[in-house]
Design a protein around this ligand. Sequence first.
Ligand code: GLY
Ligand code: MN
Ligand code: MN
Length: 440
Amino acid sequence: MTDRLAPLYPQHMATLRERADKALALGGFDHLVIAAGTPPGKFLDDQHYPFVASPHFRHWLPLTDAPGSWIVHTPGRKTRLVFLQPHDYWHVAPEAPNGYWVEHFDITVVRTAAEAVAQLPGAETRRAVIAPECPVVAGAEANNPQAVVDYLHYHRSYKTPYELELMRQASRIGARAHRAAEQAFRDGASELGIHQAYLAAAGAIDAELPYASIVGLNEHGAVLHYTHFDRQPPTTSRSFLIDAGASAAGYASDITRTYAAAGHTEFQALINSVETAQLGFVAKVRTGQSYPELHIHAHHVLANVLREHGLIRMSAESAVASGVTAAFFPHGLGHPIGLQVHDVAGFQQSESGGSIPRPAGHPYLRMTRVLEPGMVVTIEPGLYFIDMLLDELRDKPFAGDIDWNKVNVFRPYGGIRIEDDVMCTDGAPENLTRDAFALL
Ligand code: GLY
Ligand code: MN
Ligand code: MN
C-alpha cells in the first residue's frame, strides 16, 4: 500500500502548499497554523472521548494519532511539524514519525503542550490558527479566519491522486468487513455479533471508524440512523441493512448494503430494483451533472419502482409532487466524502464562500453543487417503511392510491438502502465501492 502512496505524496504536498499560499494571501496572513487537536474530556471526569485529529491536520499527512501536535506552513519555507511526544509512562507515546512523508517536513519533537505552543509563530504575527475553539491551548488560540477556511474547504472537494488512493484503500477495508458482516447475518448472529464480525474483519475498533455503524435486522432497517445493536438475535432474521465504513489514514469510506434472507423473494425483488436504480444514478456521476437534479431524478425513478412493485398506483409525477416518494425516500441521495464522511463544501458556492440552497421540499440533501473531476460523492438511494411517515400519508386525499396491504407486506423488512462512493472524472465514473467488492 505504502508503495503506491509514496510516489503520489510529493504532488499532494505541492498541491496543499499551493492552496495554503493562496488561502493565506486571500486572508492577509503570513502563517497557516493547524492543530491536530486534543481529545475532549468528559464532564466531571478524568476520562476523555476518543481522539480524532482535525481533518485539516489529516489532510497534510497520514498521522491520525498525534494529539497536541501542530503543522505550520509559511510560504517559501519547508512545512513544519511540531510533534508532541510526551514523556509519560501512563500512555503509549505516539510513535516517532516515519514513512514516505517525513522528508517533506521539518520536524521538531516536543514533550509538552506548552513546548509545542512555544514553537509556533507568536501571537504578534499574522497567523491563521485552524483549530477547535474549545479546548483552547494558551498562546495558540484559534481564529479560523473565514476567508482562509472557505478557500481550503472549497478545494478539499478536489481530491489529489494520493487522496483517491487512500479512499480506494478505505473502500477495500470496508468491503472486506461488509462480506464478514453478511456472513454473520446468514449465520443468524445478533446485531451486536454482526457488528463484532465487521470490526474483526476491518481490523478496527469502533473509535477508528469514520462514523457509527448502522446494523439493523428486520424492522430496524426502517430507522435511518439505527445504532442500537440488539444483543440477542431475533427469532427470524428476514432482512439486514448495514451502513458501515472504514478509514485509511484518516480518509473515509461509507458503504450500505441490504440483504434478504433466503426465501424472501418479494423483498429480494424490491432490493434488486433499488440496486438497478442506484447503478443508474452512479452512471450519472459525470462532469457537469447537477447533484440536486440527480437527487430529484432519483425521486422519479424510485416512484416507478414503487409502482412496479404495486405499492402505489399514482403516476410517478404525482407521487413526487405530492410528497409520497419523500415518505418512502426521506433523505438525500448522498453527500461529498473524503477526510470526513459528510465532507465539507457540499453547498459551497465558490472558493470565497456562499451557499447554494437546497431545492424546496428536500431539507436533508447534503450536496447542491455541480459535479467536477476529482469530487467523490456517495450515491445512496433508499426505500423504507417508516410508520411515522406512512401514517402522515393515510389522511391525504391520494391515500387510496397507496396499496396499504402491500405496505404491510414489506413493513417487517424495515427498508432498503444501497450506497456506493463514486469519483467523478473526465470520463466514466470510478465506483470505489464496487471496485473494492470486485477485488475480494
Ligand atoms: N452513514 C451515514 C451516511 O450514509 O450518510
Ligand atoms: Mn452516506
Ligand atoms: Mn452510509
